[in-house]
Design a protein around this ligand. Structure first.
Ligand SMILES: [Zn+2]
Length: 306
């Protein structure tokens, strides 16, 4: 029995506008999901969704079963994490030698922590990982791993020069407050925040555990609201594909900013039109099936996005 959605949002979580409209219906492992879009700032989000209490219950009882993850660091999971760690550390190579401490939130088996430690000259590596088995695995390999960021903050750690959040923010329902907490308690004054999320403009990112969808605009809005400034970003397919037209992921590097936006900025009509008329068309179940039928041919011809 999967936890039922128990929260309906009447206004946009990022700009409080009541102009929210259906964007896409999606079925994830036979569970119907609905996503809505704010017609003021363009944010696309799960609605109905879970209350804070139900998210807790969902992660305790449903998440593992649904995501078919026995939580053991199996060889293929480790391989994917290795490939990702290689890609992230390449993307961040200009920070090599400039950061002395690294906090990876969602640190899983600790592979990215190890990569940065070994190649960047980092002397302190800490992880945050809610999964018991992964936490234990990484702890056994010599890393300090906390169950959540509140536990870490309570331990009053020295602030970190580099904080990384890879495929985490799409899972966090109150992401602006979450990032504000990181900025206030965990990131050093001249520190760097690296975030990677799925890019809604490069592929669908509708999953039961994803209350948030990101475009470059939305990620920029969220960062500005939390007191950060995005200094670099890329839309890409790595490590899955290095095809230059593939934009399934969105990577960003940010630094703390003096300014903090009160709410998400207004989206232009071009932005809204492109998300409604171009993106949504690709997300009906029929066209998603067609996507996979046509995929081998388009791949052969080098035609992306497919
Ligand atoms: Zn909005």
């Amino acid at each position: 029995m999967i936890t039922s959605f128990d929260k309906v949002l009447e206004k946009c979580p990022l700009c409080s506008s009541p102009k929210i409209k259906p964007f896409a219906n999606w079925t994830f492992k036979k569970i119907p999901l609905q996503y809505q879009q704010c017609h003021s700032c363009g944010f696309i989000f799960q609605n109905p969704t879970y209350s804070a209490a139900s998210w807790g219950k969902f992660y305790k009882t449903d998440y593992r079963a649904l995501y078919n993850d026995d939580s053991k660091p199996a060889a293929e999971v480790i391989k994917i994490q290795n490939d990702r760690a290689d890609h992230y550390s390449q993307w961040l190579s200009n920070l090599n030698g400039k950061v002395k401490s690294h906090l990876d939130i969602g640190s899983s088996a600790g592979i990215f922590l190890k990569k940065i430690k070994d190649s960047f000259g980092v002397v302190k590596s800490t992880g945050v990982e809610p999964g018991d088995d992964y936490r234990q695995f990484a702890s056994e390999n010599g890393f300090d791993i906390f169950e959540d960021i509140d536990q870490l903050i309570e331990s009053k750690p020295e602030k970190y020069d580099l904080i990384t959040l890879c495929h985490v923010l799409e899972h966090i329902p109150d992401m602006v407050d979450f990032l504000k907490k990181i900025r206030a308690h965990l990131l050093s004054e001249n520190g760097f925040l690296f975030i990677e999320v799925p890019n809604i403009r490069g592929g669908q990112s509708f999953e039961i555990a994803h209350p948030n969808c990101f475009s470059h605009k939305t990620l920029n809005d969220v960062l500005e609201m939390a007191g950060f400034k995005m200094v670099r970003h890329a839309e890409h397919g790595m490590p899955r594909t290095n095809h230059k037209e593939s934009k399934i992921y969105l990577s960003s590097l940010s630094t703390p900013s003096e300014k903090q936006a009160e709410k998400a900025s207004l989206a232009s009509s071009e932005y809204l039109d492109s998300s409604l008329n171009h993106i949504r068309k690709g997300f009906t179940l029929d066209s998603w099936t067609m996507f996979w039928l046509k995929y081998p041919i388009k791949k052969l011809l080098g035609k992306f996005p497919v």
